[in-house]
Design a protein around this ligand. Sequence first.
Ligand code: BG6
Length: 486
Amino acid sequence: MQDNPAFTFVLFGGTGDLSMRKILPGLYAAHRTDKLHADGKIICVAREVMDTNAFVESVRSRATGYLKQPADAAWDSFLQRIEYLTIDAFALAGYAPLAQRLHEAQGICVFYLATAPALFEPICNHLAASGIDLTQARVVLEKPLGTDLTSSRKINDAVARVFAENQIYRIDHYLGKESVQNLMALRFANSLFEPLWRRESIAHVQLTIAEELGVEGRGEFYDATGALRDMVQNHLLQLLCMVAMEPPTSLDADAVRDEKLRVLRALKPLTQQDVEQNAVRGQYASGAVRGSPVAGYLDEPGIKPGSHTETFVALHAQINNWRWAGVPFFLRTGKRLPQRSAEIVITFRPVPHAILPLPAGLAGEGANRLVIKLQPDESIQLHCLAKQPGDGMHLQPVVLDLALDKVSPRHRAEAYERLLVDAIRGNLALFVRRDEQEAAWKWVAPLLTAWDNASLPPKSYSAGTWGPASSSALLYRAGFTWPEES
Ligand code: BG6
């Protein structure tokens, strides 16, 4: 890993939404906090014909609203790093000016492919064929990396013909979130939790990524994708790995990724019975989110009439290893839920023999829960029981609350900022390795097949609710409840 190298960052899909909403604002945040070498250049590439001035003006009008920091003089100096090249990704001839620019450039080169995956193969081939020296280069791949195991293998094979695995940075932006990093710190820097972090002490684990938003103008993409491919195969399974993995021997990228891979490979394969009983697929109907009426999924632009695409998934997963055998992991994600929130709830087993009466509502459930909130606020809360002050011996729930943004109010890097800086510096630890990605596709495959071919529609839920009733039933059958129901 290099400290702060000179670089050329080549952004394919430079005029796209992702570039304007996340990538350029992320690079700006890094620029503003002095994480980018003064000689770092950003070459944005797309098919549209325009010059650098016109492109920079379009960045000003389209990206400024997404900046997390003020658009002051630093924004102007950031924009001076940008150059624009018109390239049709399919036409080799167009790559010559890029090759020429890179030939003259200093430092390392990062190619960021924020395009449709169908372009990954031609772009990689043309970069190689245009004589660019790729030996020190890195390539960052945006999701979706395929729609199943076969298509993701095809993409990975194509990229691997040009770049070695240690040059390939597969983005899962959840891994760049501050709180996910903090989960590692919590687990591996404290001796307190490790003895409890296992089946003997933990009753169940819940991972929720809830969104208020609907499909937001991405109807066509989303309808061909669905929540299982969009959120579960990647973000939720990566979070599950962070919770369940063994302590790696170091923070070296492959040491961490080896441990995550072990978790993915230990996931109990989903059987037909699991598909029927341990998985819920839902689709939102019209309703209200935070008091505002919203349309149902089938009425959103770009959605096929009668579409069966799921906007909600709840799953009961099991990990077949010594640490976790028998501990249910419940995964859930959905669009148009009541609030935007992502959290991990680890519920510890109840005391073996209760000599004190439990407060109402806690009967049966463990009173001790570790709640790791990823967003919108970041916090770690340990739920305990304490005595109510005064006469008698009555218990009350209390919370040890670590509000992380208040503990260290310094600049907190957003996920994209952190990952972009890591790609430039050559740190692969927060990027997904090919074998991890393929193990995740393999695990979800029985659900993909069953749901792609299902004749029945997904269960309907009203927008603004926590998904279909069968999601509550999934936990109820195992003897638990979701946090909002307890
Ligand atoms: C993306 C999905 O990967 O993650 C989107 O494609 C989703 O559908 C988004 O909205 C959620 O990310 P975050 O960071 O806002 O929780």
